[in-house]
Design a protein around this ligand. Structure first.
Ligand code: ZN
Ligand code: ZN
Length: 410
């Protein structure tokens, strides 16, 4: 369990390192009612560092589940105009957004997959402007997670909820570097290492990344034209840097959505819309999924891959060494924020405009010309096994080893 001072330092990380809130700025905090206490610490920190106003957007996943069970598809798909207007107000106000993600991974267990899919699609479409504003860094945003009893019990089954929550706080405390003397300083040092590695990759301008291991992964991922590798620190459109995911260990860029070939095998389960998809493999040809298998959750995978055309290609390739604190913990969190930082991953669907040079200034057509993928989905899945080897292949055919046996060699 963290002490009060560590909890406050955690809240400070979200405000200062994560969203990098500026004095006079309006902050939106999104959070489930289960995280109320921690949300209060964030609000207090935001005001301490000069927030103009903090707006809470409470959710309640137990109520959401009841809605999913009892409402019709039509009713679930209705997005009220006031909600769309509110998100537009947030964009106009140039808020920074802090989301606390701590859901029960099984909250929608047993719910109708059609309802889950359709309602997610409807809200994705209605909130497209807000999503564009965050994905293009018009708004600075960050995601953090704290243990909740339902989540902790899934991660540490068979022990009482309170004990599970304590264990998870210990794990997250270490991962968030809250056990260090000055967590904020430790984060800035960590960000430096990642940023230097990203610059090295960008300077090589690889044509293709080749991933292979003993489990059957043998995948060539062509990279978008004028791609840039991004790590830890992204640049807001206003020139103020921020850290979108805390924790973060990844260095990522955009695949070319017509140049992906071969097969990739999952390394960890994928939790999507409350469904678990496990032991799956995906085969690509010329950038498009042409075949897939799944030992667990085949129907859920099929549902995901029929969301739209763009979900059949990739929008992200991210590299993480096996010695990162999350990977080392060996814990499966059933939460993308952690699990995606434990392992190299790919994402079905939308790519981040910020992963090509001047991406935010480009039109959709120009982005497409560079091989950037577009979709209403962006779903990460983990592929980095402990034995994965990764090479960068240049336009001249030169092969540069990047990973051997799951760890960086550059
Ligand atoms: Zn990622
Ligand atoms: Zn991603």
């Amino acid at each position: 369990m963290l002490n009060q001072k560590q909890m406050e330092q955690f809240a400070e990380l979200a405000v200062r390192v994560g969203a990098n809130m500026q004095p006079g700025q309006t902050v939106v905090v999104r959070c489930d009612v289960a995280c109320q206490e921690f949300a209060h610490l964030i609000v207090a920190k935001a005001y301490e560092f000069g927030a103009k106003k903090v707006i809470m957007q409470w959710s309640d996943e137990i109520v959401s589940r009841m809605g999913m069970l009892n409402q019709s598809v039509e009713s679930l798909c209705e997005v009220p105009q006031w909600a769309i207007d509110q998100s537009q107000y947030f964009i106009d106000q140039k808020v920074c957004l802090i989301s606390i993600k701590a859901g029960d991974p099984n909250i929608y267990k047993g719910c109708d997959p059609v309802k889950l899919k359709e309602s997610a699609l409807a809200s994705g479409k209605a909130m497209i402007n807000f999503r564009k504003a965050t994905m293009s860094n018009l708004l600075r945003w960050t995601l953090v997670s704290i243990p909740t009893p339902a989540w902790a019990q899934q991660v540490f089954p068979g022990i009482p909820a309170e004990e599970a929550v304590d264990k998870m706080w210990d794990a997250i405390g270490h991962i968030m570097r809250l056990d260090q003397e000055d967590p904020t300083d430790a984060w800035f040092k960590h960000i430096d290492v990642l940023t230097r590695r990203a610059a090295y990759l960008t300077s090589h301008n690889f044509e293709t990344i080749h991933m292979y291991n003993a489990q059957g992964t043998d995948l060539y991922v062509g990279l978008a034209i004028e791609h840039e590798w991004i790590a830890a620190r992204e640049m807001g459109q206003d020139g103020i840097p921020f850290t979108a995911n805390m924790p973060t260990e990844e260095i990522f860029t955009a695949p070319h959505n017509k140049k992906i070939n071969g097969t990739v095998v999952s390394a960890l389960p994928l939790v999507n819309n409350g469904n678990i998809i496990d032991n799956f493999s995906i085969t690509f040809k010329d950038g498009r999924v042409v075949d897939y298998t799944a030992e667990v959750g085949y129907e859920a995978l099929k549902g995901l891959l029929t969301a739209d055309e763009g979900v059949l290609s990739l929008g992200e390739i991210a590299l993480i060494g096996k010695n990162s604190p999350i990977a080392e913990s060996g814990i499966l969190f059933f939460n993308t924020l952690f699990d995606e930082n434990a392992s190299c991953h790919l994402a079905f669907g939308q790519s981040y405009p910020t992963t090509v040079k001047n991406g935010n200034a480009l039109t959709d057509e120009q982005l497409a010309e560079r091989g950037m993928n577009s979709s209403i989905k962006h779903v990460d899945f983990m592929v980095g096994t402990k034995d994965i080897n990764i090479d960068g292949i240049g336009f001249d055919g030169k092969v540069v080893p990047l990973f051997r046996d799951g760890e960086w060699v550059i």
